[in-house]
Design a protein around this ligand. Structure first.
Ligand code: ADP
Length: 444
């Protein structure tokens, strides 16, 4: 069967389309969040600290001056426009910069300033006059390594003679080369190769070891073991730091295996709630019918920005084409686009250039687009066993206390999917009202 599919440039082609669902790609999501983020995600949540030595006093800093950083680093920080430490930085930086160095496991949601914090630690400990690798940072992908490297370069702008090198596949180092750069950022496999096979890095001289994006790391086959092999060859006085945006048991177990005697800092994520959200459902016969209901809703109320979720790529494309043909300004976010293309679509949506964003169920997971007033589940989120995916439902529709403004959520339901919706309603103990799409008065 052929479908009409809009290309990135808006043109249409008719090609056989795969009907594959997008898969959650943690590394791509993480990169995407970095590419579209221009400032800190402010969090009002509490920071929890667990000290290695509970009897030692707990330091926190409200200014960068209190950290007594090297002058050139302070200049670098201010040049980046940072005025004061972020919440996680307040607690983490004193520990990271302490003498003797302390190990740290830190977890906080992406965008809270973790990268900036460990880059500061690496740059503080580096000796520019010594021409060999002194800081080693592991990242899950080439692109994420580059992002971290960019932060090192910006923050270290005034640190003369400090340089970064990337241990990533494709960065070919001729035989006999001596690595003189002080900061190495790379993926576990290549770093392992550079350390043990090619002997380009002498691990016994590493002073700071950073394992970034631990949750993404353990999601990739082989990376945990490779990271542990690298860590085992480090000297005992090497400072070891691990960062993660999430903290499931698996991440925690890995963190404890790889970071000896750690201090632990956690920044609780704000709980999502459905309290401020009015939820509706519309019973429909089929896809066409759902589309009609959507148009009625769209015509019936003043919509700010909306996100529409579909279960499959094929559905998302179909809907995009239908809406475009009806003259709506929509954009399609789909897993087959490159990360950069996705970042630019999300950016445009954020800037209000597009009113409607259509996406597949998993493509937008973990990506922060919370300013929308309306969320439409064109298909309900379900897991592989066709049970409701509660977590995804909550993530799409829920808001944190801070974004407490009222939201609207519409679920387009085929009759046979009604039991799923009822389960969702029970699960969250919240009311999802049936809506007659011909009668929009109910909403406002
Ligand atoms: P994370 O590693 O937790 O995802 P980042 O360190 O990348 O977070 O920081 C997120 C964004 O906030 C980046 O754009 C970064 O430049 C900025 N940022 C980090 N620390 C500060 C700060 N103290 N003040 C202002 N902006 C900051």
């Amino acid at each position: 069967r052929s479908t009409t599919v809009p290309n990135i440039d808006g043109s249409l082609n008719t090609e056989e389309e795969d009907d594959e669902d997008d898969v959650v790609d943690l590394a791509a999501n993480s990169l995407l969040n970095k590419l579209i983020r221009q400032s800190l995600v402010e969090s009002s949540q509490r920071v929890e600290v667990l000290q290695k030595d509970p009897s030692s006093p707990l330091y926190s800093v409200k200014t960068f001056e209190e950290l007594r950083l090297k002058e050139e680093l302070l200049k670098g920080i201010y040049a980046m426009g940072f005025n004061r430490p972020s919440k996680i930085q307040e607690m983490a930086l004193p520990m990271m910069l302490a003498h003797p160095p302390q190990n740290l496991i830190a977890q906080s949601q992406s965008g809270t300033g973790k990268t900036a914090a460990f880059v500061l630690a690496m740059l503080s400990r580096v000796n520019a006059l010594e021409l060999f690798p002194q800081c080693l940072c592991l990242a899950p992908t080439y692109e994420l390594a580059l992002q971290t490297g960019r932060v090192v370069e910006r923050m270290g702008k005034f640190c003369v003679d400090v340089e970064v090198m990337y241990a990533i596949r494709g960065n070919r180092i001729p035989r006999g080369t001596e690595v003189t750069k002080q900061i190495i950022i790379g993926t576990p496999g290549t770093v392992l190769d550079w350390c043990f096979k090619r002997k380009l890095i002498d691990l016994t001289k590493i002073r700071v070891f950073v394992l970034d994006e631990a949750d993404v790391m353990i999601d990739t086959q082989g990376f945990s073991d490779q990271s542990i092999r690298i860590q085992r060859a480090l000297p005992s006085e090497c400072q070891m730091l691990l960062f993660s945006a999430t903290f499931e048991d698996s991440v925690w177990q890995f963190a404890e295996r790889i970071i000896p005697d750690p201090n632990v800092i956690k920044l609780r994520k704000e709980e999502l709630t459905l309290n401020n959200i009015r939820q509706y459902y519309v019973l429909c016969e089929n896809r066409k019918d759902k589309y009609q209901a959507l148009c009625n809703i769209y015509g019936g109320i003043t919509i700010g920005q909306a996100i529409i979720f579909c279960q499959t790529r094929r559905n998302a494309k179909w809907l995009t084409v239908e809406m475009m043909q009806d003259g709506h300004q929509v954009s399609l976010l789909s897993g087959e686009l490159t990360v950069e293309q996705r970042a630019s679509i999300i950016q445009r949506f954020r800037d209000g250039k597009e009113k409607v964003l259509i996406t597949t169920n998993v493509c937008a997971r973990g990506i922060d687009v919370k300013q929308v007033t309306i969320v439409v589940n064109f298909d309900l989120p379900v897991n592989q066993s066709e049970e409701p995916d509660y977590e995804t439902y909550l993530h799409r529709i829920g808001r944190t206390g801070r974004f407490g403004k009222k939201g609207l959520a519409f679920n387009m339901i085929e009759v046979d999917k009604l039991p799923l919706l009822m389960k969702i309603q029970d699960h969250f103990n919240s009311n999802i009202k049936q809506l007659d799409p011909e009668d929009m008065d109910e909403i406002e």
